[in-house]
Design a protein around this ligand. Structure first.
Ligand SMILES: [Ca+2]
Ligand SMILES: [Ca+2]
Length: 180
């Protein structure tokens, strides 16, 4: 009787050890699996981080290139704007010329440089107004295609032309020009 009890006790203890060993083994497998999954995820996230870092670097370089291009284009635009302004001023100066007409001898009595009287003038409305000291006739000062004459101070610098007008101001002949 005592022997049977002893054998049963040993058998129960052995089963408990086996169960504990199996449980411990399962726990190790679970831990190993979790570590493996976490390691794979870590590697995946590291690769993504590196890709994002590379993209950030490339985008930063592109942004800097675009900024440089924008700066260069802005400078070119400003240069072109300056050139346009200068060319417009030169064009306006070329379109505005002395025509050899003056009322310097007698105010309001306009004569050509050869002394002949002005028969027909193509003054802009309100001109000649002798504003200040304006004794010389300018062609093309105003934008009107026909009536664009203005009396203006003779000491200003413009090209000049020597011309005669028929009744049509566009019929010019004896055209000469030179820098005053
Ligand atoms: Ca005058
Ligand atoms: Ca005037």
């Amino acid at each position: 009787m005592y022997l049977c009890f002893l054998i049963e006790n040993r058998s129960a203890g052995s089963r408990r050890y086996r169960l504990a060993a199996v449980g411990l083994g399962l726990l190790c497998v679970l831990l190993l699996t979790a570590i493996t999954v976490l390691w794979i995820q870590f590697n995946h996230l590291t690769a993504e981080r590196d890709q994002l870092q590379t993209s950030y670097t490339n985008l930063t370089a592109e942004r800097d290139q675009l900024q440089t291009s924008y700066t260069n284009l802005t400078a070119e635009r400003d240069q072109l704007q300056t050139s346009y302004t200068n060319l417009t001023a030169e064009r306006d100066q070329l379109n505005t010329v002395w025509i050899g007409l003056s009322d310097g001898e007698t105010e309001g009595d306009w004569k050509w440089v050869d002394g002949s009287e002005l028969i027909t003038g193509f003054w802009y409305p309100g001109e000649p107004n002798s504003y200040g000291d304006e004794d010389c006739g300018l062609y093309g000062y105003w934008s009107d295609p026909v009536n664009n004459w203005n009396d203006y101070p003779c000491n200003q610098q413009f090209f000049w032309i020597s011309l005669c007008f028929s009744s049509n101001p566009l019929n010019l002949y004896n055209f000469q020009s030179q820098v005053k």
